[in-house]
Design a protein around this ligand. Structure first.
Ligand SMILES: [Ca+2]
Length: 394
C-alpha cells in the first residue's frame, strides 16, 4: 500500500468508525428514550408499623397514601437485613449479603464483588440510563466508578444533559433516622410534639412511660416530615412534566427505630413500607389495578432486578432476586410468593450470627451464635445448646 492509498484508507476508516459510533449512540438513545424513568425515595429506619397506610396505629402520611391510589401497595415488603449498610449493599447488588461477604455493619475490610457482578445502577447506565444518587451510599462492597453518573448531595435527574435520556434516581432521607430521637432533656421538657403522646398506641413490649410516649410521638412527627419530602419529589417530577413517565418507589431502608427494631431480625427490624406509584404512560407494565394491595412477598434482593425489568434490561444471572413488576410478571405469580430471608451479623459493637426465614405467617429464626450478645460462653449458667430456634405466629 502506497502512502496516498494508506491515507485515504485511514480517512475512510475513521469516517466509518465515527459514523458507526454515532449510529450506535443514536440507536441507544432513541431506544433508551422509549423506556420509563424510575425514582426511589428511601426513608431511614422505619418499619411499616409507623405508617397508618400499613398499620392502624401508625402516623398519617397523605402524600404516600396518594401515591398508593395511583399505584400498588406492597403489604409484605422486607429488607433482608435490619441495618443500613447491609440493607443498602443488598439493594445495590440484588444479592444476599452472606453470599457475597457484605453482611457486616461495619466491616473491617470492604468486600470485593465477585467477578462479573456489578451494581444494578451500572447495568442500567450501560443500557443508556442516566443514574443519580442523592447521596447515601454506605456500601460494604467497593462500587465501580461506573455505578452512578453522579452520587452527591446535589445529584438529580435534572442534571442530565439530554432530556430524552431515561433516568434512575435514588434519594435517601435521614429525617427518620435513629439520630432524630437523640433529644436532650431540655427538648423533652420544652418542645411539644405535633402527635399527642397520649394518643400513641404502644406495643406490649414497650414501656408505658411519659418519656417513651414522647419518643414514640416524636417519631410519628418524623414520618410526617418524610411524607412532606415524598410530596416534594412528586411535585418536582410533575413540574418537569415527567410524573406520568416515571415509576416512583417509596420505601424504608429497614425497620426501626424504637427498641426491637433496627438491628434486630424481628418483623419490626425487617418489615418495611413499600408503595410504587405507576405512571399512566407505563401502566401496561403492571398487572394490577391502581389502588391495589399486593400480598405476595418481595424483598430487597428483588428491587434492583425489578428496576432492570421495568427498563427492559436483562437481569444478570449472578443476582439472587427476581423482578416483581414489569413485562412478563403476572400479579398471580407474585401473590404466590411467601418467603423472605433475613440475616443479622455484626451491628457496630453488637456481634450476632443469625438467619431468618419468613414463610407465610410464620417467622423462623436461627441463632448460630451459641451465647447471648456480649456474654462470653463460659459465663453461661448452663451448657449451651449450640443454637436456639424460634417460630411464632405473626
Ligand atoms: Ca438506615
Amino acid at each position: 500500500m502506497n502512502t496516498k492509498t494508506f491515507r485515504i484508507t485511514t480517512v475512510w476508516s475513521a469516517f466509518f468508525a465515527t459514523f458507526l459510533a454515532f449510529s450506535v449512540s443514536f440507536a441507544q438513545q432513541a431506544h433508551a428514550a422509549e423506556r420509563p424513568n424510575v425514582v426511589w425515595i428511601v426513608s431511614e429506619d422505619n418499619s411499616h408499623h409507623y405508617l397508618r397506610h400499613f398499620f392502624k396505629d401508625g402516623a398519617p402520611a397523605p402524600n404516600i397514601e396518594a401515591m398508593a391510589t395511583h399505584g400498588v401497595t406492597f403489604d409484605h415488603a422486607f429488607s433482608n437485613a435490619p441495618v443500613c449498610s447491609v440493607a443498602r449493599s443488598t439493594l445495590a447488588t440484588g444479592c444476599l449479603g452472606p453470599r457475597i461477604g457484605t453482611q457486616f455493619h461495619r466491616k473491617h475490610t470492604i468486600a470485593t464483588l465477585p467477578d462479573g457482578l456489578r451494581m444494578f445502577s451500572e447495568v442500567l447506565r450501560d443500557a443508556g440510563y442516566y443514574t443519580s444518587n442523592n447521596s447515601k451510599t454506605d456500601y460494604n462492597a467497593t462500587p465501580s466508578k461506573e455505578a452512578w453518573d453522579e452520587s452527591s448531595r446535589t445529584a438529580s435527574w435534572r442534571k442530565r444533559t439530554n432530556d430524552d435520556q431515561p433516568f434512575f434516581h435514588m434519594e435517601s432521607h435521614g429525617q427518620s433516622h435513629e439520630s432524630s430521637l437523640h433529644f436532650s432533656q431540655q427538648v423533652f421538657e420544652n418542645e411539644k410534639t405535633i402527635t399527642d403522646p397520649a394518643s400513641v398506641k404502644l406495643a406490649d413490649y414497650f414501656p408505658n412511660t411519659e418519656k417513651f410516649r414522647y419518643t414514640h410521638a416524636r417519631y410519628h412527627d418524623r414520618i410526617g416530615v418524610i411524607d412532606g419530602i415524598v410530596g416534594n419529589t412528586i411535585a418536582k417530577l410533575k413540574e418537569d412534566g415527567l410524573l406520568e413517565d416515571t415509576f416512583v418507589f417509596y420505601f424504608g431502608d429497614h425497620g426501626g427505630v424504637l427498641p426491637r427494631g433496627k438491628g434486630y431480625i424481628y418483623e419490626s427490624g425487617l418489615h418495611v413500607p413499600l408503595v410504587v406509584r405507576v405512571p399512566s404512560k407505563w401502566k401496561h407494565l403492571v398487572d394490577r389495578k391502581n389502588g391495589s394491595r399486593a400480598k405476595g412477598f418481595v424483598s430487597f434482593i428483588d428491587f434492583g432486578p425489578t428496576v432492570l425489568n421495568l427498563a427492559s434490561v436483562d437481569v444478570p444471572g449472578q443476582m439472587d432476586g427476581v423482578p416483581f413488576l414489569g413485562a412478563g410478571i403476572s400479579a398471580s405469580e407474585v401473590e404466590a410468593r411467601d418467603e423472605s430471608f433475613g440475616y443479622a451479623d455484626r451491628f457496630d459493637e453488637k456481634y450476632e450470627f443469625i438467619r431468618s426465614l419468613r414463610k407465610g405467617k410464620y417467622q423462623y429464626i436461627r441463632y448460630f451464635q451459641p451465647y447471648p450478645p456480649g456474654r462470653p460462653a463460659e459465663q453461661l449458667p448452663i451448657p449451651h445448646a449450640g443454637f436456639h430456634r424460634m417460630a411464632r405466629t405473626l
